[in-house]
Ligand binder design. Structure first.
Ligand code: FAD
Length: 570
């Protein structure tokens, strides 16, 4: 779609809706002040042309999930320009006849249908929502305030110049700050610093009543406490987040002064193919705990915050910032690679094979190969996965998955097919944090992953392990709340699917049931293929509390998305 002015779009909206298959049913009064598109995805706020819908997509209001399997044809797609417009929007919505529902969308990187909806989709991508302020410092340490539509790539481009980084960062550069807050994302850093939600200091939210509320971490106000715990990880079910302030930590000396961008040091240790899984999980948990305890001890130094007596300790960078295990199937077993990472200013010494290259071209190619010939991708990983010590570019490392899949998808689209990236994560309990870990549930789960994959003749791509504790985890819908454990993620690639390939669907459902029986929970952020009974058993109590809060803050049930409708409501 070519670039259109706001006015052109407003004038053209009625006829566009008339022509599109998705008939309007939006009262004029509501349409008038907003920038409305009938063709998806919309042009970006900087006026760049919108990418074409993936092959096999239709024109009109069609939105895809990142897996390019889930899709929706909403009645209208609206791009509010600013918070004040959102307030007007909800006032108009309250006057509109009939029950309307609203789905919020940021970068659209949800792998499943978390940001898809049938009626009105609000995309938070306009200029005012994408503003990024210079990092600041107060008694609580370094921080940054950005609009909820700011993309993480752009945010890092600013704060890294000042030698500052968010403590936890997911791997999609195009994801928005509001979108990842709403998913309470987990990351390679979570073993040490916890999940993203715990670093949110403050956010502003527009409720369906049109009221704008500023919500602060640690507030004594019950309303703010409720909103803080339910909006973070709440998948846009209570309101629209418009602005977020989050903590930053020092990633080099002289933090908060403009200077060189940090790089990332990786120490990769490869375990032999016949794995002692107990040793791998124990090692992951004990290193995570060590990193976590050291982080907690030195937190004030890393965050640049004051101590209780008002003094400020010297700023320091954490010894380790990220810890994870990446596993690959080899012909006969699963190999584990422990990855320990921290920020550095050492000269580049890139990881061989271009794994953390900024353009992600080798990974992109591997991703596409994986979609039709997983064994080839497996062999390359088996022989090519490096071990040793490396120093990589920050952006290549930080967004490695986003960089490679973005490129792989663009290449696939140019070749005329859709590339389906599918990921599902499971949290397996490891027992209380201050005790030696019980690795049996995670070990048993891995045995079941291997046995079930072999039986179904499926070859998952990477299988990643993280350890996540539960202190600071206050999000109502968090899969790891009150459940310290190992987060195990399975990935698959496929092509041109309109539903999950049945053996993959069956495998993920069976594993979800295994996870439940082992006392774990399916993580709600990525794809979720699980039977409703299992989900109810795993998340039922949280969903009950969440529903109570929804009834209080969104009594009309305005906010909806296809994901929650599918997994919890039907
Ligand atoms: C390449 C890639 C890498 C990823 N890496 C990780 C990872 O490392 N860790 C991890 O946990 N996840 C990861 N994910 C998942 C991804 O980070 C989450 O799905 C995230 O929510 C996407 O953010 P978004 O802005 O694209 O949100 P969208 O997909 O647009 O929305 C996500 C959810 O947030 C809600 N929402 C969006 N904006 C707002 C707002 N302003 N106010 C209220 N609600 C809102 C939506 O309704 C939806 O429920 C990855 C996904 C991809 C595709």
């Amino acid at each position: 779609m070519s670039t259109l002015s706001r006015r052109d779009l407003l004038v053209g909206t009625a006829s566009a809706f008339g022509a599109a298959s998705c008939a309007p049913a939006i009262p004029d009064a509501m349409c008038a002040p907003y920038y409305v598109t009938a063709i998806c995805p919309a042009p970006s706020s900087d006026g760049a042309a919108a990418p074409a819908p993936p092959p096999g997509g239709t024109s009109g209001c069609e939105l895809f999930a990142y897996d390019e399997i889930e899709r929706a044809s909403p009645n209208a797609v609206i791009h509010p320009a600013c918070e004040a417009e959102l307030v007007d929007f909800f006032a108009a919505l309250a006057r509109a006849p009939g029950a309307r529902t609203v789905t919020v969308r940021g970068g659209g990187l949800s792998l499943d249908s978390q940001s898809l909806g049938k009626d009105i989709v609000l995309i938070i991508d306009q200029k005012d929502f994408c503003r990024i302020e210079r990092p600041g410092r107060d008694k609580d340490g370094f921080y940054m305030t950005v609009g909820a539509g700011a993309r993480w790539w752009d945010v890092i481009a600013i704060c890294a110049r000042f030698g500052l980084m968010p403590p936890s960062l997911q791997t999609g550069g195009d994801a928005t700050v509001g979108g990842t807050l709403s998913a309470d994302c987990v990351s390679r850093m979570s073993a040490i610093v916890g999940k993203e939600g715990s670093h949110v200091r403050n956010f502003r939210i527009v409720l369906p009543s049109g009221e704008v509320v500023s919500v602060s971490r640690g507030s004594g106000d019950i309303r703010q406490q409720e909103l803080y715990s339910a909006v973070i990880g709440g998948f846009g079910y209570l309101g629209v987040v418009t602005e977020v302030t989050f903590d930053l930590i020092a990633a080099r000396d002289n933090a908060n002064v403009r200077g060189p961008e940090p790089r990332v040091f990786t120490r990769a240790t490869r375990y032999p193919a016949t794995c002692d899984w107990d040793a791998v999980f124990r090692s992951l948990q004990s290193r995570s705990r060590e990193g976590r305890l050291s982080y907690m001890k030195q937190k004030a130094s890393y965050h640049g915050s004051s101590l209780g007596d008002g003094s400020t300790p010297p700023v320091a960078t954490p010894e380790w910032s990220a810890l994870s295990v990446a596993c690959f199937l080899t012909g006969y077993s699963l190999e584990a690679n422990l990855l320990e990472q921290r920020y550095t200013l050492d000269p580049l010494r890139p990881t061989p094979g271009g794994i953390y290259a900024r353009d992600g071209s080798i990974n992109a190619f591997a991703e596409r190969v994986d979609s039709f010939w997983p064994t080839a991708a497996e062999l390359v990983l088996d022989f090519g996965w490096p071990q040793g010590e490396f120093v990589d570019d920050l952006f290549g490392w930080a967004f490695f998955f986003g960089n490679s899949t973005k490129r792989a998808k663009a290449d696939a689209h140019a070749l005329g097919y859709r590339l389906n990236c599918i990921q599902q994560s499971f949290v397996l309990p490891s027992g209380p944090e201050n005790h030696p870990p019980d690795t049996r549930p995670a070990q048993r789960f891995i045995e079941l992953v291997l046995a079930r994959s072999h039986a179904a003749d499926l070859r998952p791509g990477p299988i990643d392990f993280l350890y996540v504790g539960d202190d600071d985890d206050t999000s109502v819908m968090s899969a790891s709340r009150g459940l310290p454990g190992f987060v195990i993620t399975l990935a698959f690639a496929d092509r041109d699917r309109t539903t999950l390939r049945p053996p993959i669907d069956e495998l993920l459902r069976a594993l979800s049931s295994d996870c439940r029986l082992l006392g774990g929970r399916v993580h709600l952020v990525k794809n979720v293929a699980a039977d409703r009974g299992d989900l109810r058993a795993m998340h039922g109590d949280a969903a009950k509390r969440f529903r109570e809060l929804k009834a209080k803050y969104d009594p009309g049930g305005v906010f909806r998305n296809d994901f929650f409708s599918r997994v919890f409501e039907a």
